[in-house]
Design a protein around this ligand. Structure first.
Ligand code: FEO
Ligand code: CA
Ligand code: CA
Ligand code: CA
Length: 612
């Protein structure tokens, strides 16, 4: 490889695992352990997790549920050189999202419904946890009490900034200024910025609000007037926007959140300049002129890929002054949405995934402006409306409907951008758009990955191609791996999160393999350059019914990290289908007594050494 430095991660790909396998499977020569699990105490007063005595107050002092985004930041932000050139020493800051909750496997029948709802509100959000180890390359231990440990949950106060802050459509009876909001919802993927903050996407926030109904802009986000699955409107009037004073509460969710893990007292910020949609996450790269560019996906069938270009340039270094400036970069800038144009005749894109006659799904693209120089580029919509109802704005300008774009992340070595389109079972179904060159399969069960080649990160035009069209080649002949032989790759389906290692390899984690190809989800390395471009090698498999999230690869330490989200969510509390992560025998007493059910956890994988 021509990129980066450091030695690679040597491993033989693991076998793909049947969907019923309830284990973390790692390559020969590696072993795994958990760093922290749902319910582990992280703040003073937090008790060891007791599944029979959960409370809202305790959950606010404990690690939250369903872990998604994951990073381990160095002790000092000065050790963040770029997204992949972080030097992790003997102390670090583990930052994770807690996307949602699974009450059927969290609570026994002794809990009343109101308590269950309150615990779940406290189990949403984010965690910052200090971690330590004896030396680089050793596994980490988390600290139960440490100055930077922090839980963000539904009662944490956030600042709203950017063009929509203070607008009438952001005001409520609790916040007549429209500039602060309690809580964050459904935080899915994210990204760590070069200045050492973490971005987090508010994704399926619509499911927590009962709205008055009748506003087509609300309908475009899937909001409805039916009671919600979570039922929080029974406890707090703000979750039913037909309550007087709360008409705008749902406008205060659906944003990209920025948290500074180095400053536990700073309120996290919701950045309205990056638009409001079902944000999977956001990933920042620095352009040659030092402006910063954030790439984002809106994870919904037939929704869009976006990019934000900051107005101001990044300041180098991690002085207090530089960091304070850099933390304002996402407050003001231009917002674009992607239009992909194929270069093959439409008739050659037949929906089966068969390659067109030029041998590639590829073409050119354009970043269509939504907001430029502080002005709306969308006819009939103000800047505030474009940013609040971004899906409607993108519909208006004719953006390209994608197959659920999830993580969108630039390769820090090449600037090429990778879009994980996880799947789209509705493409080509009655009344819905059929296959296009960038989304070439109808009933796209297995998903694909788009590679965007930018001129410069701030360019408004680009070239693109499909790096891979996913699936299990043994049961699907419409897979494509950039020309690499399909019989030599690990089967892969439903790409969700992407990451890069220090050699510029792409890593993918999946969500949905059990139902798509009957295999457990996992994490995979994909070679991007040279003869082996397109080779997919599975590194790890997660337990039954779990999703693999956030992968973090550190070649310096020969370590890989993964968040194991919703293990055993096909079971019940009484009859768990996953015993991850403690795998207790029946009757054995473990860290949570005799309860054997699953706990979403952060997992570390490291080289086996004799001395362990
Ligand atoms: Fe929370 Fe789009 O995954
Ligand atoms: Ca083509
Ligand atoms: Ca995801
Ligand atoms: Ca990522």
């Amino acid at each position: 490889h021509g990129h980066g430095h450091g030695k690679g991660l040597s491993f033989g790909p693991i076998e793909t695992q049947d969907r019923l396998v309830d284990d973390v499977v790692v390559p020969r020569g590696y072993e795994w352990s958990t760093i922290i699990r749902w319910g582990d105490p992280i703040l003073p007063g937090g008790h060891a997790f007791d599944v029979t005595a959960q409370s809202e107050a305790q959950q606010k002092l404990q690690f939250g549920y369903n872990v998604d985004y994951l990073d381990i930041l160095p002790e000092h932000p000065r050790d963040i050189r770029s997204m992949v050139e972080t030097r992790r020493g003997r102390r670090g800051l583990l930052v994770t999202n807690h996307e949602y909750t699974n009450p059927d496997i969290m609570f026994d029948e002794s809990y009343d419904e109101a308590t269950k709802r309150a615990v779940q509100r406290a189990a949403h959000g984010m965690s910052v946890v200090e971690v330590v180890r004896r030396r680089t390359g050793d596994p980490w231990t988390y600290l139960r009490v440490a100055p930077k440990n922090r839980r963000v949950h539904m009662d944490t106060e956030f600042t709203i900034d950017g063009p929509v802050a203070g607008h009438d459509l952001m005001k409520t009876v609790e916040d007549p200024t429209g500039t602060t909001v309690r809580g964050t919802l459904n935080n899915c993927a994210g990204g760590t910025t070069p200045w050492g903050t973490v971005l987090s996407g508010e994704e399926n926030w619509h499911g927590y609000f009962k709205v008055a109904g009748g506003d087509p802009r609300d309908a475009r986000y899937g909001l409805s007037s039916s009671p919600t699955r979570y039922g929080w409107e029974l406890d707090d009037p703000r979750f039913d926007t037909s309550n007087p004073g709360y008409e705008n509460e749902h406008h205060r969710f659906g944003w990209v959140v920025e948290i500074d893990p180095y400053d536990p007292t700073a309120a996290p910020v919701k950045h309205t300049a990056l638009g409001r949609f079902k944000h999977e996450g956001a990933n920042v790269i620095v352009a040659p002129d030092k402006r910063v560019v954030a790439y984002m996906g809106d994870d919904e069938q037939f929704d869009y890929v976006y990019k934000f270009v900051s107005k101001n340039a990044m300041r180098n270094g991690h002085s207090h002054w530089a960091r304070a400036h850099n933390k304002t970069l996402l407050s003001e800038g231009d917002l674009y949405v992607a239009k992909f144009t194929g270069d093959s005749p439409a008739a050659e894109i037949d929906g089966t995934g068969a390659l067109p006659s030029d041998g590639a799904f590829d073409g050119t693209g354009e970043w269509l402006p939504l907001v430029v120089d502080g002005a709306s580029a969308v006819p009939g919509m103000s800047v505030e409306e474009v940013l609040l109802f971004t899906r409607v704005a993108a519909d208006t300008v004719g953006a390209t409907k994608m197959d659920r774009p999830e993580d969108v992340e630039p390769n820090p070595f090449t600037g090429n951008v990778y879009v994980a389109c996880t799947n789209n079972s509705s493409r080509g179904s009655s009344g819905r758009e059929g296959a296009t060159e960038p989304n070439p399969r109808n009933q796209n069960r297995d998903g694909h990955v788009v590679e965007i080649v930018e001129g410069d990160q701030t360019s408004t035009d680009f070239r693109w191609n499909l790096l891979l069209v996913a699936g299990d080649p043994s049961q699907n002949d419409s897979t494509y791996f950039s020309g690499f032989p399909a019989d030599k790759v690990s089967p892969i389906s439903c790409p969700d999160n992407v990451a890069f290692d220090q050699q510029g390899n792409l890593w993918i984690s999946t969500d949905g393999q059990p139902s798509a190809i009957g295999r457990c989800d996992g994490i995979f390395r994909v070679t991007l350059t040279g003869r082996k471009r397109g080779n997919v090698e599975q590194f790890l498999s997660v337990p039954r019914s779990a999703e693999a999230c956030g992968p973090l690869i550190d070649l310096r330490d020969e370590m890989v990290y993964v968040n194991v989200q919703h293990p055993g969510d096909d079971g019940s509390f009484a009859e768990p289908t996953s015993l991850f992560p403690d795998y207790l025998d029946a009757g054995e007493r473990g860290p949570v007594g005799s309860w054997r059910g699953p706990r979403p956890s952060t997992v570390q994988v490291y080289k086996k050494r004799g001395r362990r």
